[in-house]
Design a protein around this ligand. Structure first.
Ligand SMILES: *Cc1c(COP(=O)(O)O)cnc(C)c1O
Length: 435
């Protein structure tokens, strides 16, 4: 299935250009999700046609080693034959019933098995929906309204989570997007990643009012930023002391940094967990779960309403189930870690040789190469990156057959289909891109 051409260099992208001009007539900005538009790197997006294993093909016939992995889900590589086979089989029987099916229970059991803190789970259709519902759940359970989140963490596009930091740690949030009421944003408080004191201050300033402390336990949406030792443990302690729910948004890290996500990798147990991306095996699935007494709030068992016409959709459940089963094979996570480490180390070497300031982060099969010499511990640190350098690197990689996320604020995802050969191609591309 791998491309036969030994050369990584790609040809022109004139069809993509034309397709983008067409798309702009009918879609805002030509896309259905903003970061796809390549605006931050100053150019137009590549239109894709198919993907297989570690590779993706554009509509001009160029192929690329893919590190976007559809933004996280493609941990097996694209179009795994067993996943596709299951989707086909299930589709033959109808694509949606709006009634309970056996496969929902089967996937729920597997999720509960794999993720340490989850005793019951509710399936939804996206990560956004999962986090939005988890917030409602924390509020229902605690009878409080305020949420602490962390600057640089992304939790989907629901109103009260589209908020960055205000000027001081103790100030109320200001909306990040037009259309978000200031009153909604005011319920969201911003702390600094890897800074327990900033969380403690917010807890003290809002006694008895914090419903939840919400975090990406390994940040992935400001590039990959790992938690420092003791940080997640400290959050657990603060949440317990203040009676707030600790909510891990593991939409990206779930089934990615360990079979049971970051909570397993770091041994810290949240009250509520949000899942997405990998759990749908490339189809739209999100989920939230936690202890039985918390999940007892959720309708129809409890008073917290949350519903979905296509939730638990059989096609999506089948793709997710098959993907999680394949991830349970022995050695999978060791392999992911090993190949990602190799890439990280070799890239680091290359940059060092070239005297280019950089800082690399890796957790499991998530990694980011930051074009800054400062250690990256939080959003402010990320913002010190060399924008010009990143843009040249991004386009250079693309022109040499490597598809990266078009932003320094994103992680690269390595899949089980990435082998030494793809790492080699990537390094050769980098050699060209960094000339
Ligand atoms: C992608 C992501 C989301 C949003 O998920 P969607 O499926 O895009 O709605 C939420 N939280 C985190 C941590 C994510 O990475």
């Amino acid at each position: 299935m791998n491309p036969s051409s030994p050369s990584a260099a790609v040809g022109k992208r004139s069809r993509s250009e034309a397709a983008f001009q067409e798309a702009r007539q009918v879609l805002p900005g030509g896309v259905n999700s903003p970061v796809r538009a390549f605006r931050s790197v100053g150019g137009n997006p590549v239109f894709m046609e198919r993907a297989s294993g570690a590779y993706i093909w554009d509509i001009d016939g160029n192929h690329y080693v893919d590190y976007v992995g559809t933004w996280g889900p493609a941990i097996l590589g694209h179009a795994h034959p067993q996943v596709i086979k299951r989707i086909r089989e299930v589709a033959e029987h109808g694509t949606s019933f709006g009634a309970p099916t056996l496969i929902e229970t089967e996937l729920a059991r597997l999720v509960i098995d794999m993720v340490p803190s989850i005793e019951k789970v509710r399936f939804v259709n996206s990560g956004t929906e999962a986090v939005m519902s988890a917030i409602r759940l924390a509020r229902a359970y605690t009878g409080r309204t305020k949420i602490i989140k962390f600057e640089g963490c992304y939790h989907g596009h629901s109103d009260y989570l589209l908020v960055k930091a205000g000027s001081g740690a103790a100030t109320h949030g200001v909306p990040d997007s037009a259309g978000v009421p200031a009153t909604t944003a005011a319920e969201t408080l911003n702390a600094r990643f890897n800074d327990l004191e900033s969380v403690q201050m917010l807890c003290e300033a809002n006694p008895g009012q914090i419903a939840g402390i919400l975090i990406e336990p390994v940040a992935g949406n400001m590039g990959c930023v790992p938690p420092e030792p003791g940080f997640l443990e400290g959050l657990r302690k603060l949440a317990t002391e203040t009676g707030a729910c600790l909510i891990f948004d593991e939409v990206m890290t779930g089934f990615r940094v360990a079979p049971g996500g970051a909570q397993q990798r770091y041994g810290v147990t949240p009250d509520i967990t949000c899942l997405g991306k990998i759990i749908g095996g490339g189809l739209p699935v999100g989920a939230y779960g936690g202890k039985k007494d918390i999940m007892a709030q959720v309708a129809p068992e409890g008073p917290m309403y949350q519903a979905g016409t296509l939730s638990g959709n059989p096609l999506a459940m089948a793709a997710g189930l098959e993907t999680l089963k394949l991830l349970q094979q022995p050695g999978v996570y060791e392999q992911l870690e090993k190949i990602t480490h190799l890439l990280c180390r070799e890239m680091g070497e290359l940059l060092k040789q070239k005297g280019i300031p950089h800082y690399t982060t890796q957790v499991g099969s998530m990694m980011t190469l930051f074009f800054t010499e400062n250690p990256v511990k939080n959003y402010q640190d990320v913002c010190t990156f060399d924008r010009d350098r990143f843009n040249r690197y991004f386009w250079g990689m693309l022109d040499n057959g490597v598809y990266l996320a078009p932003s320094q604020f994103e992680a690269a995802f390595v899949s089980l289909s990435h082998t030494d050969a793809e790492i080699q191609k990537t390094l050769e591309a980098a050699e060209q891109a960094l000339r």
